[in-house]
Design a protein around this ligand. Sequence first.
Ligand code: FAD
Length: 427
Amino acid sequence: MPQLRVLVVGASIAGPMAAYWLAKAGAEVTCIERFPSLRKGGQVVDIRHSAVTIVRKVPKLEEALVASGAPLQGLQMVGKANKPLVAIQPTGIPEEQFLISDFEIFRDDLATVLYDLTKDNPSVRYVFGETVSAMRQEKEKVIVDFANGLLPQSRYDLVVAADGATSRTRALGFNCNVRDGIDPYNAWAAYCTIDKDLLNGSNMGEFSVSTPGRGIMLGPDHVKGANRVILMGNNPRDMPERLLPYQEAAKKGDNAMKTYLVDFFKGHGRDEILAAVAESDSLYATECVQVKFPRLFNGNFVLVGDAGYSPGPIGTGTTLAITGAYVLAGEINNHPGDMAAALQAYSDRMQPIIKDMQKIPAGFPSVMTPETDWGLWLRDTLLYVISYVMVVYQLKPVAQFFRWIAGVYCIAWARDSYGIPDYEWKA
Ligand SMILES: Cc1cc2nc3c(=O)[nH]c(=O)nc-3n(C[C@H](O)[C@H](O)[C@H](O)COP(=O)(O)OP(=O)(O)OC[C@H]3O[C@@H](n4cnc5c(N)ncnc54)[C@H](O)[C@@H]3O)c2cc1C
């Protein structure tokens, strides 16, 4: 049987992970990325349950992830007037995690680890600075035109869109609009690195909140004298008008976004962070959306990662991307010569996992970033009582207690129960 030719669009997490497993399934993979090099930026992302299972199937990957892990040791929840409330740390058990994962890694470091894993593989080729301009399907092949002339028009057995929640490739593959299938969450997040260490050398991050629905997470960086920051804004779902100023700023570019952020966080009490954000040259702001596309494939075109099932504000995107990339390649491996059956099997296996990981726990994200002063008081009091009970009754370790709560509250943080198969790879 001739070698399967696959085009993967997007080289962040889902793309390189899919390239690795597709090569194991015997495919020849071309992975293109719109940016001229691996894209920098992002705060920590988490690798949880099914993704931990999958990472452990790749020789030496767990060690590489630990070696590149973020220095973050935990998160200090800070209340009104920047009063420390409770410190949340990893559980110490990678299979059972809570808010802070045992595999906390900066998004760009994870992308680098996965790229390094695949870049010298003779079956995988990366092309940076390229994107798809047009695509059509004919006799079980996808004919692709490229925008920047780095690749000639080519025919593929499969095109994989791994280009994120607002995937343009998805719009081409399904002949629809970019916003189709997107469920807005009325929330946004902005990430950047600042050239100041406002944690004074500590590896304990800080999460401060203020009303209405504002949160700032400050974390350590590998580089001494620098911190990584996430700024977030959550609005009630029935008030889309509150998102308009953010969307206007996003359209205008980085300077407008910085002005918006300074204005949005007026009165939050961390002006020194905002001043450093205004100086940063690595700002990346994104609306938090869920992707709920009715189908994961169309003929020989398929979605993986955020492009197919971004979970939005709950932070399971990286776990889903790693899981989806593995299952897609595994089912192709298990259905030689029958792409339709392979993609159907991928979709059937992923749908319940996606449904589970897209579940937004009751009260989320208001529990994290309350919209009212009363909600903020309740949250702070609750956190204070928990930390007091922990100390007085010496309930240890705190994180395992929290994980137990998480297991009851939100299944997506609990242990791997998805029955991810062990595929027998060709290569
Ligand atoms: C710069 C950046 C920072 C992020 N920071 C965080 C974070 O701090 N915390 C968090 O939880 N999540 C973050 N995310 C999202 C997180 O990476 C994803 O939720 C998750 O890991 C799934 O990854 P993905 O590979 O499916 O999508 P993404 O990580 O969104 O990657 C999509 C990739 O496709 C590329 N691309 C986009 N359009 C095209 C195109 N038309 N042609 C070719 N390539 C294209 C993008 O440049 C990007 O490299 C970030 C994403 C990016 C891009």
